[in-house]
Each structure stands twice: as structure tokens, then as C-alpha cells.
Design a protein around this ligand. Structure first.
Ligand code: AMP
Length: 404
């Protein structure tokens, strides 16, 4: 079986077939090369209307199979040698590379050529790729806009546009570039938007730039998978780092640690390396090559632990992880659920640990309300759990209560 650089992870599929959805025998054969036998729910809902040219809003998360949901209709409908007809905008370099890898496999039989334009790497090879007259461009908005400004590429013949992870592109501040790029595209085109949430700016963008879109919602309700053990470590802010080290020592197995700040990721990396752990990190100061190596290291088992800042980690397709650690409460409920979805896939069991300080109690309550369970309070070896102190208006201590 050919897998190439397309990541292979366990996904839930339907009992339909790809031929049922209207895909050609040629494309179905490419899918067999990848070992894809049945479509996932998002693929099953999106592919047929997309093949008919309809605009689609897909409410789906990373890991749902959405790359194929837009990649298959694109590979089916676009032919080689007619200029840039397909455009995919993504929030991160990693997602862009994954989409390119996927299109390279699907379009191999009819020589579909995809150029990848991402920031943080040299312009030269990208200009060469553009000079080869690609059929599809997959890009992060900033770098694409740079190329457009320099006259390296024209987008006036694009027939199919994909906005992948719309809400994450918004979080990353790409909206102004996206709007400018949209102004350059022909009005007559198909637009597919994928997003895990629809914040108002993305909703407005859809209303302004899409034609009667079909809305497909396959988001899980805010219930996280069975088989996941949740643990909350509520500690004093000054104990958060100690708690992290204690958890890493306590539990073996592959571990993915999400951190908000680069400085914490760098600190944890140095500390864990000093203690001879097999560890890698990804954040915005790491080069593209270093990020790819870190991810590959985790996939191959060369590294047991991967440290990732929230933004660098978005959308990355990580193989099954035994232990997820949130160093700090995730910003949104979706993020908590999404991260938890990277463990306990299929029948596997996994642990999601969250290390939080009392300052984050409000955010924790929101998560607990949304997932419909309170996160079990746990204690890490050698770290005192947080003790709540209630005071009167005059500042007199009323009582001390353990948050357990
Ligand atoms: P995505 O959400 O597009 O990043 O896909 C998540 C993972 O599911 C990737 O590892 C894909 O290779 C895999 N995948 C997507 N569609 C299928 C399918 N129909 N059958 C098996 N694996 C799939």
C-alpha cells in the first residue's frame, strides 16, 4: 500500500463507498492506494454536492477527513495544464503540506500539479514551482498575498476555492489578507469553507462570498470520547512548572504537551532534555524543517514527548497519543475537546491532564459545563494542590478549603 507523506490515522467511516458518491474509477483507485475504503461522515456529505459545483460550509474538525472532502472533488474536476484553477487557503504550514501531499497522491494519475506557498521558507523554490504552471495552489494567506503582490502568480482563473479551518485563520489574524485575495478571484467559482466554529466574522465572510451554501455539520456534540480519563491538577501559579515535570515522570507513553507561551515550551524542552527524555518542540521560532522533523520524530517513536505552542499545534494531524497535557486551560471548549480527540482514538485508552492555576477557574467551569462533567481533581507527586482561601470584605480569613 502506498502511504507516502499522507498521515494514516484511525478515523470513523460510513458504510458507503466512494463510487456511490459519484467519484470516478480512476480516483477510487488512488484512494485504494492510500488504503481508504469507505468515506468518513464529512466526506460522505460533502463530496456529491461539491462534485455538482455547489458551495459548501463544512463544520468539521481536524481529524474528520475533511482534507479528502475537498481534495477529492478538486482532483476529480480539475485537469492538468489549464493554469491555476484550484486554490486552498490554510492557517498553518503543516496543514498546507498535508493538503499538498494528499492532492499529489489523488492527482497522480492525471498529473495534477500542486504548488505549496507557505511562509518561513525561501521564496525561490516557490517561484520555480509557480513558473511550472501549477493547477492547484495550497497556501497560507500571508505568503500567497506576498507572491500576488510581486506579480508571481495570477488568480483570475480560479474555479474552486477552499478556505480550510476558517476559524483558525481568523485567530491567526489572516482575515485582511483573505479578504484581499477573495477580491482577486473570479465571481463565478465554487467556494468550500471548513471550520470547527462559525464566529461572526467567518459567518459574514460566508454570507458575502458564498452562493447559497449547503451547510454540513458533523461536529461532535461537546462530549469527549469514551475511554478518555480526564485529570485536573489545580495548583498555585508558581507550582505549574513543577507539576508538569512531575506528570511527565509519573506517566510513560507518548505525550503531547500544549503550552500557551514559547518561553514555557523552551524552558520545558531544556529541562526535559537535561533529564534525558526523548523530547522535541514546535513553536513559531522553529523552522519549517525543524517542525516537520519534530512531528516525524513523534510519529516514528524517536521522540516520546512533543511540546507544542497552541498556535503551532493547530490542525496538525498527530498519530495516536497516550497522554495529552494542557499546560494552562485551553482558550475554548472546542480546543479542549479537539485536543482530547487526539488520544483514545478507536478502542485505545488515553489520558488528558490539565494543569491550571486558580486564576483560570472561570475558564475551567465553562469547559466542565460544556462537556457535562466535572473534571476529576488529581494530585501530582510532590506538588501541593491549590488551597482556596476565602476572605471577608475586611480581609479576615474565613475558612480554608481544599479544592478537591
Ligand atoms: P484530515 O481530517 O483530513 O486531516 O484526516 C484525518 C486522518 O484521517 C488522516 O490521517 C487521513 O489520512 C485519514 N483519513 C481521511 N479519510 C479517510 C478515509 N476515508 N479512510 C481512512 N482514513 C482516512
Amino acid at each position: 500500500m502506498f502511504t507516502g507523506p499522507v498521515p494514516q490515522t484511525h478515523v470513523q467511516t460510513t458504510d458507503r463507498t466512494f463510487s456511490d458518491l459519484g467519484l470516478s474509477a480512476e480516483i477510487v483507485a488512488s484512494l485504494e492506494d492510500l488504503g481508504f475504503e469507505h468515506p468518513t461522515p464529512i466526506q460522505s456529505e460533502v463530496i456529491t454536492p461539491a462534485l455538482e459545483g455547489r458551495d459548501v460550509i463544512g463544520l468539521a474538525e481536524t481529524g474528520s477527513g475533511k482534507t479528502a472532502a475537498f481534495g477529492l472533488p478538486m482532483a476529480e474536476r480539475l485537469r492538468h495544464g489549464k493554469g491555476v484553477r484550484g486554490l486552498i487557503l490554510c492557517p498553518t504550514r503543516e496543514i498546507a503540506l498535508q493538503s499538498k501531499a494528499f492532492l499529489d497522491v489523488l492527482g497522480r494519475r492525471h498529473e495534477l500539479d500542486t504548488a505549496c506557498l507557505i511562509g518561513g521558507v525561501a521564496m525561490g523554490p516557490q517561484i520555480d514551482a509557480l513558473n511550472n504552471r501549477p493547477d492547484v495552489i495550497v497556501a497560507t494567506p500571508g505568503r500567497l498575498y506576498d507572491h500576488v503582490g510581486r506579480g508571481n502568480v495570477r488568480l483570475d482563473r480560479v474555479e474552486q476555492l477552499v478556505l480550510d479551518e476558517g476559524d483558525h485563520m481568523l485567530d491567526m489574524g489572516f482575515l485582511p489578507q483573505i479578504l484581499r485575495i477573495l477580491e482577486l478571484l473570479p465571481d463565478k467559482r465554487q467556494t468550500m469553507l471548513f471550520s470547527a466554529t462559525m464566529p461572526p466574522p467567518i459567518e459574514r465572510l460566508a454570507q458575502r462570498f458564498m452562493r447559497d451554501p449547503l451547510r454540513v455539520d458533523i461536529l461532535p456534540s461537546h462530549k469527549t470520547a469514551e475511554g478518555i480519563e480526564h485529570c485536573l491538577y489545580l495548583v498555585e501559579p508558581s507550582d505549574m512548572r513543577g507539576c508538569l515535570m512531575s506528570l511527565v515522570e509519573e506517566r510513560g507513553g507518548s505525550t503531547l504537551i500544549f503550552l500557551r507561551r514559547k518561553v514555557d515550551a523552551e524552558w520545558a524542552f531544556r529541562q526535559l532534555e537535561k533529564e534525558k527524555h526523548l523530547v522535541a518542540r514546535i513553536h513559531s521560532d522553529r523552522s519549517q524543517q525543524q517542525r516537520v522533523q519534530a512531528l516525524e520524530g513523534l510519529r516514528s517513536g524517536k521522540h516520546r514527548i512533543l511540546l507544542a505552542t497552541n498556535i503551532a499545534a493547530r490542525g496538525i494531524d498527530i498519530p495516536i497519543i497516550e497522554h495529552i497535557i494542557n499546560f494552562g486551560v485551553p482558550d475554548t471548549v472546542e480546543e479542549y475537546v479537539h485536543r482530547a480527540g487526539r488520544t483514545a482514538r478507536g478502542d485505545a485508552e488515553g489520558v488528558v491532564s490539565t494543569i491550571a492555576s486558580w486564576q483560570e477557574k472561570e475558564a475551567l467551569r465553562m469547559i466542565e459545563r460544556a462537556i457535562g462533567q466535572s473534571l476529576p481533581r488529581c494530585t501530582a507527586r510532590g506538588v501541593e494542590p491549590y488551597v482556596e482561601r476565602r476572605t471577608t470584605i475586611r480581609g479576615r480569613k474565613l475558612r480554608r478549603r481544599r479544592m478537591l
